[in-house]
Write a protein that binds this ligand. Structure first.
Ligand SMILES: [Zn+2]
Length: 268
């Protein structure tokens, strides 16, 4: 897993510092270059991790942890801002790099016996040689569902949504629960209605911090909206031609909303 860089290889480098990405001022965060051009991280040669490929080239991640590089030509960009501004195809590699960094940061010590853990060299895992406990990156499944009623869609303002944005309902899957059960439970808990005709839509890794969003389309079955007031501050049925501020189309929430609006009423 750890990778000693070849000094001349042209590759994509993702450099993380705290919860930000390090990039050259005014440039994209994914630039193809060689290790020899990245002099400000030369001390981290032992910490290079290959996180995948991007546009047919290797993509490496270097996590500076709490260190911040001091260099006039560099700036720190939040992960959210980078995900919004980069090309669509960069989303997955950025999300993966962040989740790998977070995994390595939070698994230095064994959760079972407290010993120091070591990275496994052939898979992305941390291993404890004292008690043989092995850890893999955590992935938390989270359902997200667009609910349709005739020519209307249910959208809600979550407690964590900034700027008055309305979105589809979402929530974490609990232990021992199927994805479908999670949809029915979350919808009932958050807005007090029943849904039917669940259809799987698609999924999207979401690195805040390690969710896998599993998208569903559904139809209203019965009940009136009653918001829980904790996770959901407001919710309503919106006419397709009169929507509030909604999430961007690169997010699965935005895609679910668009698909619901574009689907013919009967075939849904
Ligand atoms: Zn252990």
């Amino acid at each position: 897993m750890k990778h000693r860089p070849d000094i001349d290889e042209q590759a994509y480098w993702l450099i993380l510092s705290q919860d930000k990405l390090v990039q050259s001022k005014g440039q994209a965060c994914l630039i193809k270059q060689s290790w020899s051009e990245l002099s400000f991280i030369s001390a981290y040669a032992d910490d290079v991790v290959k996180v995948g490929e991007y546009r047919q080239s290797n993509c490496y991640m270097v996590d500076l942890g709490q260190e911040t590089p001091e260099h006039d030509d560099l700036e720190l960009v939040s992960l959210r801002a980078a995900l919004m501004s980069e090309q669509q195809d960069a989303f997955n590699i950025l999300a993966r790099a962040w989740q790998v960094a977070l995994f390595l940061r939070t698994h230095k010590y064994c959760g079972q016996c407290g010993s120091q853990m070591e990275a496994v060299n052939w898979e992305l895992a941390m291993h404890c040689h004292r008690c043989q406990h092995r850890c893999y990156p955590r992935i938390s499944p989270c359902i997200i569902v667009a609910i349709r009623k005739g020519q209307q869609i249910l959208l809600a303002q979550g407690a964590h949504h900034k700027g008055g944005m309305y979105s589809t309902l979402a929530g974490f899957v609990e232990s021992g629960e199927s994805l479908e059960q999670a949809v029915h439970r979350e919808v009932m808990e958050e807005v007090g209605i029943k849904v039917k005709n669940l259809r799987y839509f698609s999924s999207q890794p979401w690195p805040f911090p390690h969710s896998l969003m599993v998208g569903f389309l559904a139809e209203w079955d019965e009940g009136d909206i009653q918001v829980d007031g904790k996770e959901i501050l407001a919710a309503d049925w919106f006419d397709f031609n009169n929507l509030p501020l909604i999430p961007p189309s690169f997010s699965i929430a935005g895609q679910l909303i668009q698909t619901t609006i574009n689907a013919p009423d009967q075939s849904f």
